[in-house]
Write a protein that binds this ligand. Structure first.
Ligand code: TNX
Length: 514
């Protein structure tokens, strides 16, 4: 072969011909292969049109922004700097090659979270109505950049983007996951890292299960013993600890920057033993509210059984306690929602209790959420029910967060027989495909949420393993208009493997492509 370079060029042009890279025989075009030109965005955008050609990001860049989108400009500017090009911000420059446009005129078409991303031969334009839309557009752009951008370890010299048009709007407003901090504690560092990962996949709700029999994980100034005593226990082998009020505020601020809302759950009136150790006056006389075979105060509980403890619902002082706790939690909460649990309890006064708790939360200015059992009571029309086993007949129709255990219980095995997993809901576990094929036909659903109960999830690595990659399927089910091509999802998922690694996620091994 006389001219191997030229041969390589031609072969390369044919190879990437589908993207019509505008190959010439000049050396600069083929100087570096551009493996990032495959478009593998997760969750899949609603409309994606791939145009001919690429946009080679120049060495000098300018980001402009309109309206109140300065935060997005700073984010994009930092992103560009992290890929070894220089970038500066100029508020309303016409000459900018990265333009951010935030305009309420798009509110009808894009809502708060939708965006339009155009990459053309002369630059990139990102348009939205809300700040969240720009944030999500930047996440998509980030996924078009070479992997390594997640942790600032980019090897490639030339940054090349495919020319395209994306118009993207989420299907559901609620795209989340729940972490059980009560059985085994996960602290500020893990939760912050987790929110970075969530945001990259456009997940926007982090529900924290803060209290249960095995521990109480949130400091409340009005009831200091809850965390002082209740923070000391955990499930066997699990970590104890608690979030201080300051920690909680710090997490909320971190969440807000990533367009995530944290939802605190105080599980009432069952799953409450840790509080009963801290404040034994909440028990009935003779401890009829407990199964004494499990534990009695002052001993801690570190077992797995559920449904054996409750507040003494005949004692008026219990309602004062609940009111004080819910008031302080509501005041601490930035977001609109407070979760009051309500699962797995048998008591004649259960319905009376949950109606009262629902009304308390509303009187403190928050929307109450509860596990589906609560919906059998005469709860308010604002109440949101979180479905997990579909065994409750609701008294009224209400909005539903879908966490049906056959698709979303991530304390269940990734693959049949996986160690340290539950299997009571589905013997074979909850596979990635089970998540992806969730059947979301019902119209009251406002979104999806995957809980990870932590009786058997004791370390950060185990939590990563239960969450990833299944949470990417949750992201796609929650965001994308359709989720019917599992093989296409798998193909994109494989392309994300190096991104998951760059994010330091100890994910469960990805399934093979057929
Ligand atoms: C049921 S589902 C629970 C949790 C357990 C979980 C274990 C629900 C609302 N409550 O208390 O941790 O099973 O899979």
């Amino acid at each position: 072969m006389k001219n191997p370079n030229r041969f390589t060029q031609i072969f390369y042009c044919l190879f990437v011909g589908i993207l019509a890279l505008g190959c010439s025989t000049s050396k600069s075009v083929v100087a570096s292969p551009t493996p990032n030109l495959e478009i593998d965005i997760i969750p899949k955008p609603q409309v994606l049109t791939i145009d001919n050609g690429v946009y080679e990001v120049p060495k000098q860049n300018t980001v402009s922004y309109s309206g109140t989108s300065q935060d997005a400009a700073v984010l994009l500017n930092t992103l560009l700097q992290s890929v070894n090009v220089s970038s500066n911000i100029q508020a309303t420059s016409n000459r900018a090659n990265f333009k951010l446009i935030q305009d309420q005129a798009f509110a009808q078409e894009l809502g708060d979270e939708g965006y339009i991303l155009d990459i053309k031969s002369n630059g990139v334009t990102l348009t939205s109505a809300g700040a969240a839309g720009l944030f999500y557009g930047i996440q998509s752009l980030k996924q078009l950049l070479p992997s390594g951008v997640e942790n600032g370890a980019i090897a490639s010299k030339n940054i090349v983007l495919p020319q395209l048009h994306i118009k993207d709007v989420p299907k559901y407003s609620w795209r989340g996951n729940m972490i059980d901090l009560a059985r085994s504690f996960f602290g500020v560092d893990y939760l912050k890292q987790h929110m970075d990962r969530m945001a990259f996949y456009k997940l926007n709700r982090l529900h924290l299960h803060l209290t249960d029999d095995q521990g109480w994980r949130l400091e409340l100034k009005s009831k200091p013993l809850l965390s002082e005593i209740g923070g000391k226990s955990a499930v066997k082998g699990g970590r104890s600890g608690f979030l201080t009020t300051e920690d909680y505020k710090e997490l909320q601020a971190y969440a807000k920057e990533r367009h995530i809302v944290i939802i605190p759950e105080i599980d009432l009136p069952g799953h409450i033993y840790a509080a009963l150790v801290a404040y034994p006056e909440l028990n009935c006389e003779e401890l009829t509210n407990l199964n004494p075979k499990m534990a009695t105060p002052p001993d801690f509980y570190d077992g797995y059984k559920v449904g054996w403890s409750k507040l003494c619902l005949t004692n008026p002082a219990v309602y004062d306690f609940v009111a004080e706790v819910l008031k302080e939690v509501s005041e601490l909460t930035d977001g609109p929602w407070v979760h009051i649990g309500g699962d797995e309890i048998d008591d004649d006064l259960y319905e009376t209790f949950v109606v009262k708790a629902d009304s308390m939360v509303r009187s403190y200015g928050k929307v109450p959420i509860g596990w589906e059992e609560m919906s059998k009571a005469d709860v308010s029309k604002e109440f949101i029910s979180q479905r997990w086993n579909a065994k409750t007949t609701p008294k009224h129709k209400s909005k539903v967060i879908e966490s049906i255990c056959t698709s979303f219980y991530f304390d269940h095995a990734n693959v049949t027989g996986q160690e340290q997993t539950n299997n009571w809901c589905q013997k074979a576990g909850v596979s990635l495909e089970d998540v992806y094929h969730f059947n979301d036909k019902e119209d009251e659903i406002i979104g999806v949420e995957a809980p990870v109960w932590s009786e058997l999830v004791l370390t950060d690595a185990m939590m990563d393993n239960r969450l990833w990659p299944r949470l990417m399927a949750v992201a796609e089910v929650g965001w994308s208009a359709s989720h019917d091509d599992f093989n296409d999802f798998l193909k994109r998922l494989r392309a994300h493997e190096s991104r998951l690694e760059a994010l330091n996620i100890e994910y469960h091994p990805l399934p093979e492509l057929n």
